[in-house]
Design a protein around this ligand. Structure first.
Ligand SMILES: C[S@@+](CC[C@H](N)C(=O)[O-])C[C@H]1O[C@@H](n2cnc3c(N)ncnc32)[C@H](O)[C@@H]1O
Length: 378
């Protein structure tokens, strides 16, 4: 539940079965900064101190012994504190029964004093949270190193709409991608989401209407050998995709009797801003022209523009088919004009709407990350 029952609070109370569970969350979750065992909180310093003094000594004892080095850090939300102010606050915590040595580098334990202050007009964040102090033991911290390793800045094969690493990994987390699962990206493009899913050990499969982006790639940096989706997998030492198929999601050629073969479907349909939706078939203005000579063999299957909404709708109807495991998850990034309502992603008896989150892109556009769980076989 959110701290203070404020739905927009960035602080949430969770009950976890073990510290191990908290550490696993820390290792994988990218939007969680840290998990803290809260020892006390209050809206004034006096309230915090009273809460900490009331915290059972037996609960503190495993973490305050002489053999454990420790460090207290001050973290703020909504405002900044000078180094002197932070040190003053840490000194005021002297009443806590720590017997171990303070060690600033790699201590055995880290404690956090969190100061929330969004009340001033010049608050740094756009949420109204009352002043509050929290103190507790840091059980886990987010490991975001994966984002640095997979940063697009150093990726070999990129296109104008390559999905940034953070969102690609978040999408895989939303879809609970795990080792050994089979995952599909119906709009694979340069394969950014496939790469993220492969990092988590899934066998990945991508489809796209554009054979050039899927198979041929482009010249590498500085005119070196061509790079393609496979180059990205080689770059990160990941197993290659189990399949890359050129198809149009509007009329895909896959067998209708396929049953529950996919665990996760994660897609980033065309936005229509930098790359519009496409469908198979010649452009209408070319389709009518009669070619007097025998039709030359086509090098690439023709494509024509299609409406964004139609591509997005397909994203839901196509994976909704039987080849998605009951218990499997689907996540899609859908563009929306702002500030209109959420996309029309309705739950059905077979699909449970799990999350619908907004990422604001510009004043006029945002994209929504919509996650569905298939709850019963179709
Ligand atoms: C927003 S891009 C996806 C980018 C991808 N996530 C990446 O990291 O490169 C959308 C992709 O959908 C493809 N596409 C457009 N219409 C399609 C259709 N009808 N069927 C399949 N793919 C389509 C485009 O060729 C494009 O590669």
């Amino acid at each position: 539940m959110p701290a203070g029952d404020l739905e927009h609070s960035p602080f949430w109370y969770v009950t976890l079965p073990s510290e191990e569970a908290a550490r696993s969350i820390g290792q994988r979750a990218l939007l969680t900064k840290m998990l803290i065992e809260v020892w006390g909180e209050g809206s004034t310093w006096e309230e915090l101190e009273a809460a900490l003094r009331a915290y059972p000594e037996a609960a503190m004892a495993p973490w305050t012994g002489p053999d454990q080095s420790f460090k207290v850090v001050v973290d703020t939300f909504g405002s900044k504190l000078s180094m002197d102010q932070q040190l003053d606050m840490i000194e005021k915590l002297e009443f806590l029964p720590f017997k171990g040595k303070v060690k600033l580098r790699s201590p055995d334990l880290q404690f956090v004093l969190l100061v929330v202050d969004c009340e001033d007009n010049d608050s740094l964040v756009d949420v109204a949270l009352p002043r509050r102090y929290y103190f507790g033991r840091q059980v886990a911290a987010a490991d975001r190193s994966v984002l640095e390793s997979y940063s697009l800045k150093r990726r070999l094969y990129l296109g104008p709409t390559s999905m940034d690493a953070e969102i690609a990994f978040i999408m895989c987390n939303q879809a609970k991608v795990r080792r050994g699962q089979l995952m599909l990206d119906p709009y694979a493009g340069t394969g950014s989401i496939l790469v993220a899913a492969a990092h988590y050990g899934a066998k990945v499969m991508g489809t796209d209407i554009d054979i050039k982006v899927l198979r041929e790639g482009k010249p590498g940096p500085g005119g070196t050998d061509r790079v393609c989706i496979g180059s990205n997998f080689t770059q990160y030492g990941l197993p290659q995709p189990v399949g890359l198929i050129r198809l149009d999601t509007h009329k895909h050629p896959l067998r209708p009797d396929l049953q529950e073969v996919l665990h996760a479907i994660i897609g980033d349909p065309p936005y229509g801003v930098r790359a519009g939706g496409k469908k198979s078939g010649a452009k209408p203005e070319l389709a009518d022209k009669r070619n007097p000579s025998p039709t030359p063999p086509r090098t690439y299957p023709p494509r024509s523009p299609t409406r964004l909404v139609s591509a997005c709708a397909t994203c839901w109807t196509y994976p909704r088919g039987c080849w998605w495991w009951a218990g499997g998850w689907s996540t899609s990034c859908l563009p929306r004009p702002r500030p209109t309502a959420r996309p029309r992603c309705r739950a059905t008896p077979a699909l449970r709407l799990v999350a619908n989150s907004e990422q604001i892109l510009t004043m006029r556009y945002s994209r929504r990350l919509v996650t569905m769980e298939k709850v019963v076989p179709l």
